[in-house]
Design a protein around this ligand. Structure first.
Ligand code: DAH
Length: 344
């Protein structure tokens, strides 16, 4: 009996040392210490041991059991640590390695200009409004004092979807939509940036789809001087320099009187250069006092209220501001071109 126990101790020691993963150790635990295990089997033979030897053999069996327990526990801990070490080594990352540069998108020049326009006008108390790009004839023309067969409709060749529905040719319809929504309330002080569409052949200065920003102010006692003051302040902020501005008489059906605003040339400061075609002036927007018929049509009493409106082209402003010579660059998605604006 004693020999069998000693043999078992040796065998277990060797087997446990040789085991090299947790699963094998679990099997060994069952094999030696389990209910059907080898130690248990030997102990079952105790009944054949003489009464005087029994305590000694019993003591030895217990000693061997706890020794095997300890060996298993030690080996298990060691294996668990080794497994962890192995995993940590496999998952190690070299934090000293130089980072791979991630390509980062930049702002499109038109987006940059539109956002700047929004910042400047919201800073002066304007609210940004929106309107649909698919518009009805009424909002795009009729309500802006451009009835059927009005010759000025020819100024804006249109993409018609049905005889009554078209792609908006300008953002001015949002003037009427906004006034209708406000139901005769003042003040109205909005800008509306967005895409517009015209049946033009694309060339260096024309695009069949481009951007506009519309502006509208309606309140009691609004005069031409407010129009000029606000738009002059806008121009200086937009181009980041002191500028001269002038209003030239013009014609738009929805304003009376109508003007175009020029700024002194941002390149030559008015001396005359190629950019301003030697005139010293650059036209940047159309504007005017809202036509009484437009006010009345949208539910505003033109005896009590007056207003001014303006429309400008962010594309044109982007061309001027960044010295781009062809509007098509803004729409052809050439990355070599666009990457130049990464920091704008
Ligand atoms: N809608 C005009 C255009 O597309 C621009 C414009 C001019 C808008 C004068 C206005 C304005 O609101 O008052 O050419």
């Amino acid at each position: 009996m004693r020999e069998r126990l000693e043999a078992l101790r040796k065998e277990a020691e060797v087997a446990i040392q040789a085991a090299d993963d947790l699963e094998q150790l679990r099997d060994l635990r069952v094999q030696y210490l389990g209910k059907k295990g080898e130690l248990t089997a030997v102990l079952r033979g105790m009944k054949d041991v003489s009464a005087e030897d029994r305590p000694v053999i019993g003591g030895l069996a217990n000693e061997i059991r706890s020794q095997i327990e300890n060996l298993l526990a030690e080996k298990e801990t060691a294996e668990r640590e080794a497994a962890l070490e192995k995993r940590l080594a496999a998952e190690a990352i070299d934090v000293t390695l130089a980072a791979r540069p991630q390509p980062l998108g930049g702002m499109h020049p038109i987006t940059a200009v539109v956002e700047q326009i929004e910042d400047i006008f919201t800073g002066m108390g304007f609210v940004v409004a929106e309107g649909p790009e698919v518009e009805t004839d009424r909002y795009n023309f009729e309500a802006l004092n451009l009835p059927q067969d009005h010759p000025a409709r020819d100024m804006q060749d249109s993409f018609y979807i049905t005889p009554e529905i078209l792609l908006r040719t300008h953002t001015s319809p949002v003037q009427v939509r906004t006034m209708e929504e406000k139901e005769g309330q003042v003040p109205v002080k909005i800008i509306c940036p967005g895409k517009v569409y015209r049946r033009d052949d694309d060339d260096a200065t024309h695009s069949h789809q481009f951007y506009q920003v519309e502006g509208l102010v309606v309140d009691r006692g609004i005069a031409m001087s407010e129009l000029h003051g606000i738009l002059a302040a806008f121009a200086e902020k937009m181009f980041g320099m002191a500028l001269e501005t002038r209003l030239r008489p013009s014609y738009f059906p929805f304003t009376e009187p109508s003007v175009e605003m020029d700024i002194s040339c941002i390149k030559c400061s008015g001396k005359g250069c190629r950019m301003c075609k030697q005139t010293g002036w650059i036209e940047i927007l159309g504007a005017g006092m809202v036509h009484p018929r437009v006010l009345e049509g949208a539910g505003y009493d033109s005896e009590r209220y007056t207003g001014f409106a303006f429309g400008m082209g962010p594309d044109r402003i982007a061309l001027l501001k960044y010295g781009i010579d062809d509007i098509r660059h803004l729409y052809t998605n050439d990355l070599k071109f666009l990457r130049q604006f990464q920091s704008v």
